[in-house]
Write a protein that binds this ligand. Structure first.
Ligand SMILES: C[S@@+](CC[C@H](N)C(=O)[O-])C[C@H]1O[C@@H](n2cnc3c(N)ncnc32)[C@H](O)[C@@H]1O
Length: 460
C-alpha cells in the first residue's frame, strides 16, 4: 500500500515536472514571440518615422511651390497694375489733350491745335508729383518757335523737368522710368532751341537760356539717344525689367558727361584742333587712335572736322558693349555723318590709309611703351607735310623725368615717378611711362607740351 502511495506520488511529481517543462517551453516561446514583436515594432516605428519625414518633405515642397506661385502671382499682378496705371495715365493725357483742343475751339482759338496756358491743370493734379511738369507739358505741347507766352511757360517747365531728373535721378529712379516719355518729349521740344539759339532761343530770358545750356548734354542725350541716358548721366544701368545696377567705377568714369579728360585737356585739344582746321583749304581727314565712349576727345575733334565737311576715322577695338555706347554718342552729338568708326587695333588699321593722306592723327590708344611706339611709327608716314601728330597723357616734356626710372616701369600703364617742374621743384607724380618714353624716342624734346594739360603736339 505504501509502495502504491509512493508510486502515485512519484507519478504525480513526474506529471508536475512535465507540466513545468511545458510551462518553461511556453514561456520561451512567448519570450521569443515578444522579441519578434519588439523587433517588428522597432521596424514599424522606423518606417513610420521615414514616412513622416517623406510626408513633411513633400508638404514643404508643396508649400515652397505655393509660396513661389503666390510670389509670381504678386509680381504679375503688380506688373499688370503698373500697366493699367500707365494705360490710364496715357489715356488721361490723350483725353486732356482733346479737352484742351475743345476748350481752345470753344473760346474761338482757331484750329484748336494749341492749348491755352494752364488749360491742363486738372490733368496735372491727377498725376504723381514727379510727372506734373511733364504731363502738363505734353498736353500743352506745340512748336517751341511759336513765341507765345504759353509757349515760354511750356519751355521753362520742360527745362525744369529735365533739370530735375538730371540732378536727382537716382533718388527718383522709379518716377524717372514713369516719366521717361515726358522727358523725351520735353527734350525734343528743347533741342531745337539749343541748336538754333538765335532763331528760337531769343524768346527765352537769358537766365532760362543759361539753365538750358547747363542741361544741354542731358537734353541732347534724351532727344537723340534716350536708350543710353541712365548709363551716361547717372552711373546706373537700367535693365529691361526696370531694375538698376550700379556701373563699375571704370565704366562710370568713362561714361560721365565730361568723358575722362582732365580739367584743362578739353581746352588744349580745342586749341590744337583750331590750329589744324583754321586754314584748312579742303575737308579735313583725321585719325583718332583710342576713342573709348566718344564723350571726350572724339566729341571735340568731330565738331572741328565737321565744320570743314571732313571725316574723322576713330580707331578702337571697343570691347563688349562699348562699341554701342560709342555709336550712341555719335548720335547724341550729331556727329554720325562725320565719324567713321574702325573697330580694330590701331596698327592693323594703318594699312587703310595712304602715305601723306592725313591732316592730323591724335594718339590716345594703348599707353604701353611698345604700343605707343608702334602707333607713332605706323601713322607718322600717313600724315601730310605740315600736318600734326598729337597725343594725350604726356604729363610734361620728357626731359623733366628720369629716363632710367621710367624705363624701370616701362611695361606698366601708369606709375609714380620723380618729376622736376620748370622751377626745379621735385615731386612724385603719377604718369604714363610708355607715353613719355615713346615720345622721347621719336621726337626727343623737340615736342610741344600744352601747359596745364597732358596734351603733346608735334608739328610736321
Ligand atoms: C584712354 S582711352 C581713350 C580716351 C578717349 N580718347 C577720350 O578722350 O575719352 C584708351 C582707348 O584706347 C583703346 N585701345 C587700347 N588699345 C588699343 C589699340 N591697340 N588700338 C586702338 N585703340 C586701343 C581702348 O579700347 C580705349 O578705349
Amino acid at each position: 500500500m505504501a509502495e502504491m502511495k509512493y508510486i502515485n506520488a512519484l507519478q504525480g511529481l513526474l506529471a508536475n515536472r512535465r507540466r513545468v517543462n511545458g510551462l518553461v517551453a511556453t514561456r520561451e516561446r512567448m519570450r521569443q514571440a515578444v522579441d519578434n514583436q519588439t523587433v517588428k515594432l522597432v521596424e514599424n516605428t522606423n518606417d513610420l518615422h521615414k514616412a513622416a519625414d517623406n510626408q513633411s518633405a513633400a508638404v514643404n515642397e508643396r508649400l515652397d511651390r505655393l509660396i513661389e506661385a503666390a510670389t509670381n502671382q504678386a509680381t504679375d499682378t503688380n506688373k499688370r497694375l503698373d500697366d493699367i496705371v500707365e494705360a490710364i495715365t496715357n489715356q488721361s493725357t490723350a483725353a486732356n489733350l482733346r479737352l484742351d483742343r475743345l476748350i481752345t475751339a470753344v473760346r474761338g482759338g482757331g484750329s484748336g491745335e494749341e492749348a491755352p496756358a494752364g488749360a491742363n491743370v486738372a490733368a496735372a493734379q491727377g498725376d504723381g508729383g514727379a510727372e506734373k511738369g511733364g504731363r502738363t507739358k505734353m498736353a500743352s505741347s506745340h512748336s517751341a518757335s511759336t513765341g507765345s507766352v504759353a509757349d515760354d511757360t511750356a519751355t521753362i517747365q520742360d527745362i525744369a523737368l529735365i533739370e530735375r531728373f538730371s540732378h536727382e535721378w537716382q533718388a527718383n529712379a522709379y518716377d524717372y522710368q514713369k516719366s521717361l516719355n515726358d522727358l523725351r518729349a520735353s527734350a525734343r521740344r528743347l533741342l531745337p532751341i539749343l541748336s538754333t539759339p538765335k532763331a528760337d532761343g531769343s524768346r527765352l530770358k537769358s537766365a532760362d537760356m543759361e539753365r538750358l545750356r547747363a542741361v544741354e548734354k542731358e537734353t541732347a542725350c534724351l532727344a537723340r539717344q534716350p536708350l543710353f541716358f541712365p548709363e551716361m548721366f547717372h552711373g546706373v544701368s537700367m535693365a529691361r525689367d526696370g531694375t538698376f545696377r550700379a556701373l563699375e567705377p571704370g565704366e562710370a568714369l568713362h561714361l560721365r558727361a565730361a568723358g575722362i579728360l582732365d580739367n584743362k585737356d578739353p581746352d588744349a585739344l580745342k586749341e590744337v584742333w583750331d590750329r589744324i582746321s583754321r586754314n584748312a583749304a579742303s575737308p579735313l581727314r583725321a585719325v583718332e587712335i583710342g576713342s573709348a565712349a566718344g564723350r571726350g576727345s572724339t566729341e571735340i575733334a568731330a565738331q572741328y572736322v565737321k565744320r570743314t565737311g571732313g571725316t574723322l576715322y576713330c580707331i578702337d577695338p571697343w570691347g563688349g558693349s562699348w562699341y554701342f555706347t560709342f555709336l550712341a554718342n555719335l548720335q547724341i552729338f550729331d556727329i554720325e555723318h562725320t565719324v567713321i568708326p574702325i573697330r580694330s587695333p590701331s596698327v592693323d588699321a594703318a594699312a587703310l590709309f595712304d602715305d601723306g593722306s592725313l591732316d592730323a592723327v591724335f594718339v590716345d590708344g594703348s599707353h604701353i611703351y611698345s604700343d605707343v611706339l608702334a602707333d607713332i611709327d605706323a601713322y607718322l608716314p600717313k600724315i601730310k607735310n605740315g600736318g600734326i601728330m598729337f597725343g594725350h597723357d604726356l604729363h610734361d616734356l620728357p626731359n623733366r623725368f628720369d629716363r632710367n626710372e621710367l624705363l624701370s616701369i616701362s611695361n606698366i600703364n601708369n606709375g609714380v615717378v620723380n618729376y622736376t617742374n620748370a622751377n626745379g621743384d621735385v615731386s612724385r607724380v603719377d604718369v604714363h611711362p610708355g607715353v613719355i618714353l615713346a615720345v622721347q624716342d621719336r621726337f626727343g624734346d623737340d615736342v610741344e607740351h600744352i601747359p596745364g594739360s597732358v596734351v603733346w603736339v608735334k608739328q610736321l
